[in-house]
Design a protein around this ligand. Structure first.
Ligand code: FES
Length: 93
């Protein structure tokens, strides 16, 4: 991951909990650190295991699992590798 990444926040739709995602960590890492149960496997955006719904905000897709048409819908993303273009991403967890 390059050093030019930016930090943002994710919000869990179920509890309203807001979790900081630092520039040098993935959403998956931040979620696990916060005690959120997230299944991951490849952690490279290829398997689809970590696929998570997006309710609000614009993901910055970095995976190679979703086809571009699916990525463009911005209703799911891969928290193991994808980031956010908006300051806050509300996710379906
Ligand atoms: S863990 Fe494989 S796509 Fe995220």
């Amino acid at each position: 991951m390059s050093t030019s990444e930016r930090a943002f926040q994710v919000k869990l739709a179920s509890t309203g909990q807001i979790i900081d995602v630092a520039a040098d960590e993935s959403v998956a890492q931040a979620l696990l650190k916060a005690g959120v149960d997230l299944m991951t496997s490849c952690e490279q955006g290829v398997c689809g295991t970590c696929m998570t719904g997006v309710i609000e905000g614009i993901p910055d897709h970095r995976d190679s699992y979703l086809v571009p048409e699916e990525q463009a819908q911005n209703d799911v993303f891969m928290p193991c590798c994808s980031r956010s273009k908006s300051d806050l991403l509300v996710i379906d967890l």
